[in-house]
Design a protein around this ligand. Structure first.
Ligand code: ATP
Ligand code: MG
Length: 356
């Protein structure tokens, strides 16, 4: 196999981002040479500390290097000051816009033997819906009224549903290769509220259905569910879901809810994905309460590195990382404090690297 070199931007950011991103780098470096994969790492700056030092939370240089020199990136976390600071806004939100990372992908998986096993991926549209932030407030004789635009387009709905279909197929391929699974076949659940919002959510629903009717998805079962009843079923019967595709706001809420089901933010990865580019990002924040103590759980970042590799078409490498993490969790001897263990970040990393 010809060697492939992937250039990966590393953006630790603030707080525990600085402790977990090096773990992401180490697991990539530890992948077996037989995969024919090489990595070059480029250290990049963003976050609140960068803002304090340079006046920009997301320096132009960081964006330029990601665009021109990187195949993918790992992003740690950035702290958000509790009161608004003039000129500061979230660099990851800006990055999603500047690189057109239109999908936020969040796999949620329980540790083996859970009473209600969970193994799902939430695919959230990332560019429109209520997040276009077109709000206005006006006065009426009865008092103020505020309103916001909810924008849903065929283009964005179609590409996000297509991505969900592709993820469902990829998961099926991994299962067919022998990975244990609670699912029998690929399934995509479209979520919406078109019983009330017949035009906006109606368009999302019909466009997603059309996209998933493409012949390459003929093996994928497609169902749909109203978002409120999905929340109910998600908490009672999470094993019923394989891939969920949702407009921006519902996706945001569902993915945090689903993350709560598996016990710790420290376990849940995500990826921000666009055409040919992916940024892996742990779901947790900068966690200032535990920084500098070597107790942050690195698993969300390790899984985010694997997820990034999946979107760079390196599924085999990704599968090795997932398996090493799962083996650590299933044995349960070297767990970080958020999972009830006593292990340091460094000990968890060493254990997982050994299994790789
Ligand atoms: P931010 O403002 O950056 O979002 P936060 O204070 O909201 O920071 P989060 O990172 O969102 O912090 O975390 C919420 C809680 O979960 C914190 O108590 C934190 O200690 C815990 N937590 C988050 N990530 C991890 C992790 N990787 N390992 C262990 N505990 C974590
Ligand atoms: Mg937070």
């Amino acid at each position: 196999m010809a060697a492939r070199t992937l250039r990966i931007g590393l953006i630790p950011g603030d707080g525990i981002g600085k402790e977990v991103i090096p773990a992401g780098r180490r697991i990539l470096e530890a992948l077996p040479a037989s995969l024919g994969l090489k990595f070059e790492f480029i250290n990049l700056r963003a976050g609140f500390e960068t803002f304090e030092q340079t006046g920009a939370a997301l320096p132009d240089e960081t964006v330029a290097i990601l665009k021109s020199d990187c195949d993918g990136a790992l992003f740690g976390a950035v702290s958000s000051p509790s009161t608004a600071v003039k000129g500061y806004s979230s660099p990851i939100v800006a990055l999603r816009k500047k690189l057109d990372l239109y999908a936020n992908v969040r796999p949620v998986k329980s540790v083996g033997g859970a009473a209600n096993p969970i193994d799902m991926v939430i695919v959230r549209e990332n560019t429109e819906d209520l997040y276009v932030k077109e709000e206005r407030t006006y006065d009426t004789p009865e008092g103020k009224v505020a309103e916001a635009i909810k924008r849903i387009s065929q283009r964005a709905s179609s590409r996000i549903a297509t991505m969900a279909g592709e993820i469902a197929l990829r998961r099926q391929k991994i299962r067919a290769a022998g990975a244990p699974s609670i699912h029998k076949g690929p399934l995509v659940t479209i979520t919406h509220k078109s019983n009330v919002l017949s035009q906006t959510d109606g368009l999302f629903r019909s466009t997603a259905r059309d996209a998933l009717a493409a012949s390459r998805f003929s093996s994928v079962a497609v169902e749909e569910q109203i978002v409120d009843s999905m929340v109910y079923k998600l908490f009672r019967q999470p094993e019923a879901y394989d891939v969920i595709v949702a407009p921006n706001l519902y996706g945001d809420i569902l993915s945090d809810g689903a993350a709560a089901l598996v016990g710790s933010l420290g376990l849940v990865p995500s990826a921000n994905v666009g055409e040919g580019f992916a940024i892996g990002e742990p779901c947790h924040g900068s966690a200032p309460d535990i920084m500098g103590q070597d107790i942050a759980n690195p698993i969300a970042t390790l899984r985010s590195a694997a997820l990034m590799l999946e979107f760079l078409n390196e599924e085999e490498a990704a599968a090795l990382i997932y398996a090493a993490v799962d083996a650590n969790l299933e044995e349960g001897k070297l767990l970080s404090p958020d999972l009830g263990g006593k292990a340091k970040t460094s000990e968890v990393i060493e254990d997982i690297l050994r299994r790789l």
